[in-house]
Ligand binder design. Structure first.
Ligand code: GAR
Length: 219
């Protein structure tokens, strides 16, 4: 992407779309130099689609059904179809926003993909650990700190080079709901910030690490 252009985002979701709303609000408020070129849902009839329609964001639906045979989901075939679906929208970055499907090649070598996770990875991530399950696991483990993580996505769930994290204290009276609210507030801060860094060309991947450049170091 030419760093003077607006960064075109493809936002992938499966649920309520509160992450999409936050990004759209940050863009509208001038805090995030980006535009949402398309929102793609892996589920029909989810609130996230309605929220995209309300904001005149183009939408597409790609369900897992056509890619599931005898109960086995073909992630490669799904990712191939997703890559083709996204092409006309020419995204610079694919943004996972509560998207509950693992992506593989050819999508991962075609686009940079970022994800937000409601814990301090590499703890409390992986298959089955999403939404409230994460906060329940955090409380059961008795840790005193949790938080939010933004990372580049790879073929594994909640894995890949970490871009930004924000810690959140776990209070002894926290419930999954109160913890979710605090962690979501952190997500709402760091996800737009990480995407803005990407849009400005300030993220440099070095193996499994991400270096954040100063504007003067921009490549
Ligand atoms: C996000 O807030 C994020 O914490 C979680 O899903 C939520 C989606 O909310 N993502 C994961 O757990 C990824 N493993 P939304 O559908 O309202 O945007």
């Amino acid at each position: 992407m030419n760093t003077t252009d607006t960064c075109r985002l493809a936002v992938l979701l499966s649920g309520t779309g509160s992450t999409l709303v936050n990004l759209a609000d940050r863009i509208a408020g001038g805090d995030l130099p980006a535009e949402i070129a398309v929102a793609v849902s892996s589920r029909k009839k989810v609130l996230g689609l309605e929220r995209a329609w309300e904001r005149s964001i183009p939408t597409e639906i790609l369900t897992r059904k056509a890619f599931t045979r005898d109960g086995r989901f073909d992630a490669e075939a799904y990712s191939t179809a997703m890559t083709a679906l996204l092409e006309p929208f020419a995204p610079d970055l694919v943004v996972l926003a509560g998207f509950m499907t693992r992506l593989t090649e050819p999508l991962l070598s075609t686009y940079d993909v970022v994800n937000v996770h409601p814990a301090l990875l590499p703890l409390f991530g992986g298959p089955g650990l999403y939404g409230h399950h994460v906060h329940e696991a955090v409380l059961a483990a008795g840790v005193k700190l949790t938080g939010a993580t933004v990372h580049f996505a790879d073929e594994k769930y909640d894995h890949g080079p970490i871009i930004l994290q924000e810690a959140v204290e776990v209070d002894q009276d926290d419930t999954p709901d109160t913890l979710a609210a605090k962690v979501q507030a952190a997500e709402r801060r760091i996800y737009p910030r990480a995407i803005a860094l990407y849009a400005k060309g300030l993220l440099k991947r070095e193996g499994h690490r991400v270096r954040i450049l100063k504007e003067s170091q921009q490549g």
